[in-house]
Design a protein around this ligand. Structure first.
Ligand SMILES: Nc1nc2c(ncn2[C@@H]2O[C@H](COP(=O)(O)OP(=O)(O)OP(=O)(O)O)[C@@H](O)[C@H]2O)c(=O)[nH]1
Ligand SMILES: [Mg+2]
Length: 306
């Protein structure tokens, strides 16, 4: 056998790689030996960062996905955030603060997609962050892991580095300006992602990151930086499924409602309504639940073909 034969055979079978960036009409594929290749794709190819692919010459074949993290934008269009994630870090900050029910939607979307969510509370160097963290802890501490940290000062970065080193593929999601790219820069030395300015009037970010990119962490694990977004519409999540994943409901629903298809609105024998009446459930949490429920019901009605 000549030495060119195995190479020819592998070209025929294709080389397995990972999409690490998507630039509209081209994707960057990284192979296990560290080499990478740019491959042209159609603008609406549907490929996304995290996709595992076979490359034969300039032809790309997508392999089946393990997970898909999706959201619906304000126009109702489904947007894929990244593929094949194991965990998702929902990044929030005291400034700019998360929109109403954003964190709840992100948690439900991740859980419904079989992806493990955790919460990253960035900008702990800001004076207002302690109160913000205390508020988040009262709601989410019993539901998921919180990482209070500061990309600027480096405080708390070891804890998240250690968590990600267990080989997780993770994406950071959050609104523009919370510091996702700053965090990646702090966690992956040398990548030098563009970091934005906050507008002085509203403290809002300006959509600095425009494409998702995937980066390997030196200690193990992979991290995807995503462009910030405010619309976190749920995709293919039924209202009853949402009720099951809504953060803070788990412990209460250990005592099940009388009816299995309970929406926790006015049904008799509802455990959630009972917890609300008894002061076990915070009315603000219930409000957030209703807010998402109404959206889901409205979306279902709008998409019904009759
Ligand atoms: N005080 C403080 N500011 C931070 C911290 N991390 C990031 N910032 C600032 O927050 C602003 C936005 O940071 P980015 O990293 O661009 O935010 P992003 O979430 O990637 O924003 P998009 O790419 O638009 O989604 C910049 O001015 C950063 O300097 C932090 O830990 N503390
Ligand atoms: Mg960014």
């Amino acid at each position: 056998m000549t030495s060119s034969q195995p190479q020819a055979k592998s070209q025929e079978q294709g080389r397995e790689g990972l999409i690490v960036a998507h630039y509209g009409v081209a994707v960057e594929v990284r192979f296990s030996d560290g080499e990478s290749q740019s491959v042209r794709v159609k603008r609406q190819s549907g490929h996304v960062v995290g996709d595992e692919v076979l490359v034969r010459g300039d032809i790309l074949q997508r392999l089946p996905r393990r997970t898909e993290m999706c959201r619906r934008d304000v126009r109702g269009k489904v947007r894929l955030v990244a593929a094949n994630l194991d965990v998702v870090g929902i990044v929030v900050s005291a400034s700019p603060p998360p929109p109403r029910s954003y964190v709840d939607r992100a948690i439900v979307a991740a859980k419904a997609a079989g992806i493990h969510p955790f919460l990253v509370v960035n900008k702990m160097d800001l004076p207002s962050s302690d109160t913000f963290l205390a508020y988040l802890e009262t709601i989410y501490q019993s539901v998921l892991t919180l990482f209070p940290l500061s990309a600027s000062s480096g405080h708390g970065l070891d804890a998240i580095r250690n968590y990600l080193s267990h080989g997780h593929r993770c994406a950071f999601v959050g609104t523009s300006g919370v510091g996702k790219s700053s965090l990646l820069n702090a966690l992956v030395p040398g990548i030098d992602l563009l970091v934005g300015e906050l507008s002085e009037d509203q403290g809002l970010g300006r959509h600095t990151t425009t494409v998702a990119t995937l980066h390997a962490l030196a200690g193990g694990g992979e991290l995807v930086d995503t462009p910030g977004f405010r619309d976190f519409g749920l995709v293919d999540v039924a209202p009853l499924e949402m009720a099951q994943y809504f953060p803070g409901f788990e412990a209460i629903l250990e005592t099940p409602c009388r009816f299995r298809n309970c929406y926790h609105q006015k049904e008799p024998g509802c455990s959630i309504l009972k917890a609300l009446q008894e002061g076990v459930l915070d009315p603000d949490r219930y409000e957030s639940y209703l807010h998402i429920l109404e959206d889901l019901k409205a979306g279902e009605a709008a998409r019904r073909p009759y």
